[in-house]
Write a protein that binds this ligand. Structure first.
Ligand SMILES: [Zn+2]
Length: 184
C-alpha cells in the first residue's frame, strides 16, 4: 500500500536522578510514526531508540559556596600552626586538638572584606570565641604583637570596605584552601 501521509511525533521523557549536587537527566527519546494508508487504515509505529544521557551540573548556590569556603578556611586556620595536631587559643593560650578549637574572627564574619583574611582569623577556644564574644580587645593586642603595631587598626579599616566576591572567586578560594589543607 502506498503511504499517503507520515506523521512523525517526537517526545522526550526526562528521568531525573539526584546525586549530591549533580543532577543527572536521562532523556529517553521516543519517536512515533503514524502511517496513513490509501485504504484508510492507520497504524502507529513506536520506535524507542537513542538513549541519551545528559549530565547536567547543578549550579551551586552562593550560600553553599560561602559555607564551603568557611569550612575549608577554618580547617586551614586551625591547623596552620598546629604541632602534632595541637593548636593554641590566640586569646587565652589554651592548648587543645585543633578539631576541638574554632576559627575566631577579630572583625566579625559579617564583614566579607576580612572574613577570609588569614590575619583577621585565628584559632580560639569555645570559651573565648563564644562565651566571651571573641575577646576582641585581647585579640587586637595579640594581633599587633604577632604581626606588628597597627595591624588591628588596619584590619578594622579593611573590614569597612565593601567587597563583592563572585561565585568564581569563591570557587577559586575553596580550591586554594582545599589544596593547601592537603599539605598540612
Ligand atoms: Zn581561649
Amino acid at each position: 500500500m502506498p503511504i499517503l501521509e507520515a506523521e512523525v511525533q517526537k517526545s522526550f521523557k526526562p528521568l531525573t536522578k539526584r546525586l549530591d549536587n549533580v543532577k543527572l537527566i536521562y532523556y529517553l527519546r521516543y519517536e512515533s510514526v503514524r502511517l496513513q494508508t490509501q485504504d484508510g487504515s492507520a497504524s502507529t509505529i513506536h520506535a524507542k531508540y537513542n538513549l541519551k544521557s545528559i549530565l547536567k551540573k547543578k549550579k551551586p548556590s552562593r550560600s553553599s559556596l560561602v559555607k564551603r569556603l568557611d569550612s575549608e578556611f577554618s580547617k586551614y586556620i586551625r591547623q596552620r600552626f598546629a604541632v602534632r595536631g595541637k593548636a593554641r587559643c590566640f586569646t587565652c593560650g589554651k592548648i587543645d586538638h585543633w578539631k576541638n578549637l574554632q576559627c575566631g574572627h577579630f572583625q566579625s564574619r559579617k564583614h566579607y572584606s576580612t572574613r577570609w583574611n588569614p590575619q583577621n582569623c585565628q584559632v580560639q577556644c569555645v570559651k573565648c570565641n563564644i562565651f566571651r564574644q571573641g575577646e576582641q580587645f585581647i585579640f587586637g593586642k595579640e594581633l599587633d604583637k604577632k604581626y606588628g603595631i597597627g595591624t588591628a587598626k588596619e584590619l578594622h579599616l579593611e573590614s569597612l570596605k565593601t567587597v563583592k566576591l563572585s561565585n568564581v572567586d569563591l570557587q577559586e578560594q575553596i580550591k586554594y584552601y582545599k589544596d593547601l589543607n592537603k599539605t598540612l
